[in-house]
Design a protein around this ligand. Structure first.
Ligand code: ATP
Ligand code: PLP
Ligand code: MG
Ligand code: NA
Ligand code: MG
Length: 297
């Protein structure tokens, strides 16, 4: 693991606002990575707005871009990062991309955010669940599901911290050495739960971070979280706790700024979905002060 890396990031693009690549590329660049974005969709704005328009990339079009890179011997990546994927055919092509990148660099780290839904609502086709379970989880190095996505992947209901830890163990046995449940509401507390399996034989090191809940709804924060976890866990490859503390602390500073800025402009931040103040928070991304501490289990 080096200080810097080269990330292929396959995610959504929105013209306006910050989700997908728009919320992942800039912070990774700030953390010193070269980032090559492939836009899996190009939409006017995120899908939480009353309307959106744009184009969707299909699996063949994705593969075309990969072949273009290959023809010029440009397929050497240290990391692959994927987020929201809307169809089985696109997800299957992503699996081919993983294989291709690993044939060039066997040490490729695949960071997979298995975006399928949130708060009990599925927002991808049902058929994607089993493809994630059977084909994607086994090849991922680091997985960053939320509470609902962990439930879909493992079949466990997560209503306690013990449930969360058990689900992480199930996911480890399927493949990834690093599993982070990026947000779970358990007994009225917002938690990040992390689990890191240092060796095959030893049990995983597990921890939680309690996140102060801000009374507002944000979009793009899941994508930003995964990007920051990729970035910081590359700098601290054997210390997932520290990586998660830094990621969560950056997020907190950015979300506080976002709420303050909306208030100052005369909006009530609790009434609508807020666009994150990403560019304005670059100092907190580059040099986060740790305000949220991990607690080991
Ligand atoms: P994904 O969208 O990738 O499936 P997710 O559902 O965990 O993951 P979010 O709900 O956006 O994504 O949460 C990601 C992180 O954003 C949390 O770990 C937390 O740090 C921060 N976050 C999001 N909303 C809030 C909030 N209202 N208050 C405090 N922190 C928040
Ligand atoms: N990608 C697109 C195109 C979206 O419309 C949205 C949310 O509406 C997201 C991603 C989700 O972002 P996040 O889960 O990080 O809030
Ligand atoms: Mg969520
Ligand atoms: Na997540
Ligand atoms: Mg999300």
């Amino acid at each position: 693991p080096s200080d810097t890396g080269r990330v292929l990031s396959i995610q959504s693009h929105t013209v306006q606002g910050y989700v997908g690549n728009k919320s992942a590329v800039f912070p990774l660049q700030l953390l010193g990575f070269d980032v090559d974005p492939i836009n899996s969709v190009q939409f006017s704005n995120h899908t939480g707005y009353p309307k959106f328009r744009g184009q969707v990339l299909n699996g063949d079009q994705l593969w075309d871009l990969i072949e273009g890179l290959q023809e010029n011997e440009l397929l050497h990546y240290t990391h692959l990062l994927t987020g929201y994927i809307g169809s089985v055919s696109f997800l299957n092509t992503v699996l081919q991309v993983v294989e291709k990148l690993r044939s060039v660099n066997p040490d490729l780290i695949y960071v997979c955010d298995p975006v399928m839904g949130d708060e009990g609502k599925l927002y991808v086709p049902q058929e994607l669940i089993s493809v994630y379970q059977q084909k994607v989880v086994p090849v991922a190095s680091m997985l960053t599901p939320n509470q609902f996505e962990v439930e879909l992947l493992t079949g466990l209901r997560i209503t306690s911290e013990q449930d969360g830890l058990k689900a992480c163990n199930i996911l480890h046995s399927a493949g990834p050495r690093k599993v982070i449940i990026t947000s779970a509401l358990i007994e009225d507390k917002l938690l990040l739960i992390g689990s890191y399996k240092k060796t095959k034989e030893q049990p995983p090191e597990q921890f939680k971070i309690e996140i102060p809940k801000i009374p507002a709804y944000f979009t793009g924060t899941g994508d930003l979280t995964t990007a920051l976890l990729l970035g910081w866990s590359n700098k601290f490859p054997d210390n997932l706790e520290k990586a998660a503390e830094l990621a969560v602390s950056s997020l907190q500073a950015l979300l506080r700024r976002t709420v303050e800025d909306y208030k100052r402009a005369g909006f009530d931040p609790s009434t609508s979905s807020l666009e994150i103040r990403l560019i304005q928070s670059q100092d907190e991304i580059k040099n986060p002060q740790v305000t949220c501490n991990a607690v080991k289990y």
